[in-house]
Design a protein around this ligand. Structure first.
Ligand SMILES: [Mg+2]
Length: 369
């Protein structure tokens, strides 16, 4: 099984209604898929941006079973002997694991380790900033709708300034009641002084976690915030596997890490599973783009041991974005009536990618052969 061709599919679609968060507004969705074809006719898929597509050429002519070596060779910047550079090939790495599974007739989770579960409960990501004269009211209405659809944990954006943040969180918490899980994500909007002050006000809302209160590089800030605020602290969606391991998991700097397979691939994901469990840090994977990435994360989550023991466990979960996304469903992964999603059991990622939909939304196609 040799790799003969790699295609990067850059996709884009306009939205009916723009939405925003602390950093920006968007009126479209953009994302990339990578497909890897072998000489013998198999195709593997991965989801995630490829910043320097030409560098993926190093995989041509090689076996998908060299995924780990290729992952290491794609560290950035090129030629640096340091092991600290982020890999440039998370989505390629996932496609190679997909091909390995297809070659062996096994689902990816069986290659990654022990499968502890065959269904995983996601938490909901929505509740972004929208054009409204009364944002707290609009978010409360939306949150109630998601709760009625069966989601048990919701995540909302904050980072609009402490005064508006507090009004938004209060409105949502009141709408959904005390039983439904609620997390907040400020996308690094605050410095540590502002975050400590805001955190004291947020404590009363019984939050599951506070995501990216600070920039990931502000390690001393995370230390101060974590000592000051009685809310579980989460971060990591922008970090390489090495940075997550060194700066956040090994020193137990945060309660939850949220790695992104777009950057760390399944090779990095597999390494972090054992490390995080050993250090009593929970992994809740970040997830943004198509069902190819969701399938990747489902396989990963199947192999995560529970971070806690006891009757109240069941906290292995991942992010499920439900904001408007015209091409998210390039493969079908239905949410079951109780809110869980089944881990695919077919060979590789175990999904059927809708190639017509990929073609329909592709704005640039880069072919390496
Ligand atoms: Mg986030």
């Amino acid at each position: 099984m040799k790799i003969r061709r790699i295609i990067v599919h850059r996709m884009r679609a306009p939205l009916d209604r723009r939405f925003g968060w602390s950093l920006n507004w968007t009126d479209h969705r953009a994302g990339s898929l990578v497909s890897v074809e072998t000489v013998s006719g198999e195709t593997g898929w991965g989801d995630g941006a490829v910043l320097e597509p030409e560098r993926l050429r190093i995989a041509l002519g090689r076996s998908p079973f060299e995924a780990e070596a290729i992952f290491e060779e794609l560290r950035q910047p090129a030629g640096l002997q340091s092991r600290r550079g982020a890999t440039m090939g998370g989505s390629l790495d996932v496609a190679l694991w997909d091909l390995q599974g297809q070659a062996l007739g096994l689902p990816v989770h069986k290659l990654l380790g022990t499968a502890y579960r065959n269904r995983v409960r996601p938490y909901l990501t929505a509740l972004y900033r929208v054009d409204s004269e009364d944002l707290p009211f609009a978010l409360a209405e939306e949150a109630l709708d998601w709760k009625r659809r069966g989601f048990q944990t919701l995540k909302m954006k904050i980072g609009y300034g402490p005064e508006l943040d507090l009004r938004c969180v209060a409105a949502v918490r009141e709408a959904i009641g005390p039983e439904t899980g609620l997390a907040v994500d400020s996308n690094c909007a605050y410095d540590v002084g502002a975050a400590v002050a805001l955190g004291a006000q947020l404590e009363r809302f019984n939050l599951r976690w506070w995501e990216e209160p600070l920039a990931a590089a502000d390690l001393a800030g995370y230390d101060r915030l974590r000592q000051s605020v009685r809310i579980p602290i989460a971060t990591g969606e922008t970090c390489s596997a090495d940075t997550l391991a060194r700066d956040f998991i090994a020193p137990r700097r945060v309660d939850i890490v949220q790695p992104e397979v777009e950057w760390i691939g399944l090779t990095g994901a597999r390494r972090l599973t054992a490390l995080a469990w050993d250090h009593h840090v929970r992994i809740v994977p970040h997830n943004w783009n198509t069902a190819v990435r969701t399938a990747t994360i489902l396989h990963w989550c199947a192999t995560m041991p529970e971070p806690e023991i006891g009757l109240a466990t069941g906290n292995v979960m991942f992010e499920l974005d439900q904001t408007e996304h015209p091409f998210r469903d390039v493969a079908l992964l239905p949410v079951e009536p109780d809110g869980c999603i089944a881990v695919p059991q077919g060979p590789g990622l175990g999904i059927a990618v809708d190639r017509e939909m990929v073609k329909q939304f592709t704005v640039e196609r880069i072919v390496l052969e």
